[in-house]
Design a protein around this ligand. Structure first.
Ligand code: SOE
Length: 404
């Protein structure tokens, strides 16, 4: 079988999730090419080598430019924070490497635009890992909507709730600083929900937003621990939090539906609760990541005395991705959506096809996230995607137009 050599950049949380995905994909699915864990790249040789030994990466590199220059690398897997995506993706695409990139795509829509253009100019497959699309229950929701089971969609509402920084002693990690994260839950969490809303409902035409901070100063983080969610502080020195702690958006969709998004790291007790609800003329669907194998479904077409939300357990072989796993009722977990993404990416690369979400999806999502930030700053509704003379512009009332 043809082999595809992977070079991964990053070896923390997403490095582990991606390594697991590359290993498991050919074990459970008929993939058209064998992914080879060729080289892992990171700054600190000792911890990088530990990672490579544990996960079976054949070699290590401490300079991502050297990794990208290697002729024996076919795929670059970017498993790093978003402020590091742009330079690596541009260089990888120019070297003809296919790119599997973690979300959010970039720090700005301008960066995303260039990343997309360079990938298209170089004919490489580009994938943006909004993994939740490939949760069987969410892929089933997509199938049901396409089959018309919800009819005309009226409402989208989503909430992505975490609580890992409620403690004011949690240090100032990269996720809490604008220069390394661009924004807080607006980028980290609403990026997932906007991607799902675009996937399930459609394109967004306007945004009105509110953002806030609850804790404005935190202890400076100990660099050696600040790459994960259990970071430690370096001492008593404090630093300013320069991103929001909570981000709320109200949107209009191009198809007439309306939507609300809530993303927060201060929903005490909620660890990683992504939930959404979609209400249509013929039926409704709700999803909760904490019960990720289930969909709640209401159909207007059920007979009146039997109507009600029912639980669909998405573990039947007819459900997306499921037949490659276990018998009905044997549920799957968080890591499986990454494996499904790896499978579909290998199919796209080997079949010279494409995969979504890709960098064009990432660009559209970032435009919406940027509009949310602009709306929160201006306290105005932002209209998107108004094109004049080929220049994308956002419309803020009073006729003022601001370019991206
Ligand atoms: C931290 O908020 C995080 O790891 C996100 O970055 C991921 O995208 C999300 O899936 C889980 O939480």
């Amino acid at each position: 079988m043809h082999k595809l050599n992977i070079g991964i950049v990053g070896y923390k949380f997403m490095g582990r999730a991606h390594s697991n995905a590359w290993i498991k994909a050919p074990l459970f699915f008929d993939v058209p090419a064998q992914p080879v864990l060729k080289a892992a790249c990171g700054r600190h040789q000792e911890s990088l080598q530990d990672f490579a030994n544990k996960w079976g990466w054949q070699e290590t590199e401490t300079d991502w430019r050297k990794l990208i220059a290697r002729q024996d690398i076919d795929i670059i897997d970017i498993a790093l924070p978003q402020h590091l995506h742009y330079d690596i993706a541009i260089a990888a695409a120019k070297e003809g490497k296919h790119i599997f990139c973690e979300k959010p795509l970039a720090m700005t829509s301008r960066q995303a635009e260039e990343m997309l253009r360079v990938c298209e100019d170089n004919g490489v497959v580009h994938y943006l890992n909004h993994n939740y699309r490939r949760t069987p229950a969410i892929s089933l929701a997509k199938r049901m909507i396409e089959e018309g089971r919800l009819g005309r969609i009226f409402h989208w509402r989503s909430a992505y709730q975490q609580d890992w920084i409620v403690d004011p002693e949690f240090p100032l990690t990269w996720q809490l600083q604008k220069e390394t994260a661009q924004a807080g839950p607006q980028w980290d969490l609403n990026s997932h929900c906007v991607d799902l809303a675009r996937f399930l409902v459609g394109e967004i035409s306007s945004v009105t937003s509110l953002q806030t901070n609850f804790i404005k100063e935190r202890p400076i983080a100990d660099e050696s621990t600040s790459g994960n969610l259990q970071a430690e502080s370096k001492g008593d020195e404090m630093g300013e939090v320069t991103v929001e702690d909570a981000a709320l958006m109200l949107v209009q969709f191009e198809n007439g539906a309306v939507g609300s998004f809530e993303a927060t790291r201060f929903a005490t007790g909620r660890k990683n609760k992504l939930s959404f609800e979609i209400y249509g003329s013929k039926g409704s669907i709700t999803f909760d990541l904490e019960r990720m194998n289930e969909l709640q479904y209401f159909s207007n077409e059920d007979s009146g005395d039997l109507q009600g939300f029912r639980t669909i357990l998405a573990t039947e072989p007819s459900h997306p991705y499921v037949k490659s796993w276990w018998p009905p009722g044997h549920i799957i977990g968080y890591e499986h959506s990454f494996i499904h993404a790896a499978v579909d990416f290998l199919i796209a690369v080997q079949g010279e096809g494409s995969i979504s979400p890709n960098f064009n999806d990432g660009l559209k999502t970032l435009e919406i996230l940027e509009a949310g930030v602009a709306s929160a700053e201006t306290k105005q509704q932002i209209t998107l995607n108004r094109e004049e003379n080929g220049i994308k512009q956002r419309e803020v009332p009073e006729g003022r137009l601001c370019n991206y």
